[in-house]
Design a binder for this molecule. Structure first.
Ligand SMILES: *Cc1c(COP(=O)(O)O)cnc(C)c1O
Length: 460
């Protein structure tokens, strides 16, 4: 055996190898535009290229990096490419990267305050900061009964608040009421809500996705909601949860929070606002109007890992009543007991989420806020929205395209007419290398190829 290879954790070996890794990553970013955005490999390609079992003896980092270059990168779809326009933005940044690196370095598992007081306290502070930038009502800040928590994804965020809301109502009505509980949202709502209902034991027919259409720009109609609620109450069902979206996934439609929130309040319904993508825009005063009415909400969520320069994953969730979450999700086994928790002096984030273990994710958000500052972040958002407007102009001026829905922020929905439409082509354009804009990785385009005016809904 030539060398013993890497030690489990040796600071000098770390320094040397991590420098190499940073060089590798920096080179990757430098050359990212040389790759096709959408990976061109066939399913199962990697099994052909890698051995059947793990090596007996250590290999060198250089060997592994060579394999990454030759075998892994061809199978990567390059989300950070300036030519990536699919799904939603997934921005990273130097600050976000550095925060992620530091979190990997400290590598603690912060389920309770005592397991790393700084992790809990920084998370509370940073989410208060971000909550203030978004001008969230004070009840969402950690100084009162509420507070923020970083979840992995918007899906986990909606799940935990749905469970909190469910258990709040079941404590009143008894467990047998579960089959009567009803959830409302628009038919544009992200499928994460349906998954949350499945996990939460909500009867599938009681997850009511109310119809929207172009007359309201695909926003949920308060009248329709009121009617659905009173119909359901009259048949003995129990409305308990409303999910509104600011910036729906298929068209960035914005639900009217203020009137929906009033209806929810009058009916004792938990009101959750999903602003996973578009929420970031609300740090600019001119776009804050999209979440006007969030004052009425019980919970609010935005993904810093989408459009806020924070590397995946970082989904910020605020609630007004943290006890509702805790009552639903806390456990207190013997091995986790400690003085600070027992005395109720601290926040234990394990009780605000599904898993026990949790990462030090606030570091990267803190880095983003500190290393860029509000003015730069606002500038960045405005620039993207301007790019989308510029793009809108290009589309409007070209007869092959037809604008389908208004563009609220950056997601842009339009029809593209081409005689040789195939479903494969739709993928090609989703991940197109032939950019309409140069270096506009950040304006997300939902590009629908349609040959014969088929309904966009079929594609969404
Ligand atoms: C992206 C998105 C989601 C799902 O996000 P995850 O964090 O991947 O779970 C939910 N709702 C909206 C509006 C989104 O844009």
């Amino acid at each position: 055996m030539e060398s013993k290879g890497l030690q489990p954790m040796d600071s000098e070996q770390l320094r040397e190898n991590a420098h190499k890794m940073v060089d590798f990553i920096a080179d990757y970013y430098k050359s990212i535009e040389n790759f096709p955005v959408l990976s061109q490999v066939e399913p199962g390609y990697l099994r052909e290229l890698l051995p059947d079992s793990a090596p007996n003896q250590p290999e060198t980092l250089q060997n592994v990096l060579d394999d990454v270059q030759a075998k892994i990168l061809p199978g990567v779809t390059h989300w950070q490419s300036p030519s990536y326009f699919a799904y939603y933005p997934s921005n990273s940044s130097v600050a976000g990267f550095l925060g992620e690196m530091l979190s990997a370095g400290i590598n603690m598992v912060g389920f309770s305050w005592i397991t790393s007081p700084a992790a809990t306290e920084l998370e509370m502070i940073v989410l208060d900061w971000l909550g203030k930038l978004l001008k969230l009502p004070e009840d969402f800040l950690s100084t009162g009964q509420g507070g923020g928590v970083i979840q992995g994804t918007a899906s986990e965020a909606v799940l935990v608040v749905l469970l909190a809301a469910r258990d709040r109502v079941l404590r009143k009505l008894g467990k047998n009421a579960l089959e009567k509980l009803v959830v409302y949202a628009s038919d544009q709502t992200h499928s994460a809500l349906q998954k949350a209902c499945q996990i939460g034991g909500i009867h599938p027919e009681n997850c009511k996705l109310l119809k929207t259409d172009s007359s309201t720009n695909y926003a949920l109609s308060p009248d329709l909601l009121s009617k659905a609620i009173s119909d359901d109450i009259s048949t003995g069902l129990v409305p308990f949860f409303l999910c509104a979206t600011v910036g729906t996934t298929s068209s960035t439609a914005v639900d009217p929070l203020l009137s929906l929130g009033k209806i929810a309040k009058n009916n004792g319904i938990w009101f959750h606002v999903d602003a996973a993508y578009a929420g970031s825009a609300c740090i600019c005063p001119e776009y804050r109007c999209y979440i006007d009415g969030v004052e009425e909400a019980d919970s609010f969520n935005m993904n810093a890992h989408k459009w806020f320069l924070t590397n995946f994953d970082c989904s910020a969730l605020w609630v007004k009543d943290r006890n509702a979450l805790i009552q639903s999700l806390s456990t207190n086994p013997e091995f986790l007991k400690n003085k600070a928790s027992q005395a109720n002096m601290v926040v234990d984030y394990k009780d605000w989420q599904i898993p026990l273990g949790r990462r030090f994710r606030s570091l990267k958000l803190w880095m983003v806020l500190r290393l860029y500052g509000l003015e730069n972040l606002q500038c960045y958002i405005r620039n993207h929205i301007n790019l989308a407007k510029y793009f809108e102009g290009l589309v409007a001026a070209d007869s092959r395209f037809e604008v389908d829905r208004p563009c609220y922020v950056c997601l842009y929905v339009f029809l593209f007419y081409t005689p040789d439409w195939t479903s494969d082509l739709s993928n090609t354009y989703l991940f197109t290398d032939k950019t309409f804009l140069t270096r506009s990785s950040y304006s997300i385009l939902f590009i629908c190829n349609t040959f014969n005016f088929t309904k966009l809904a079929d594609f969404c």
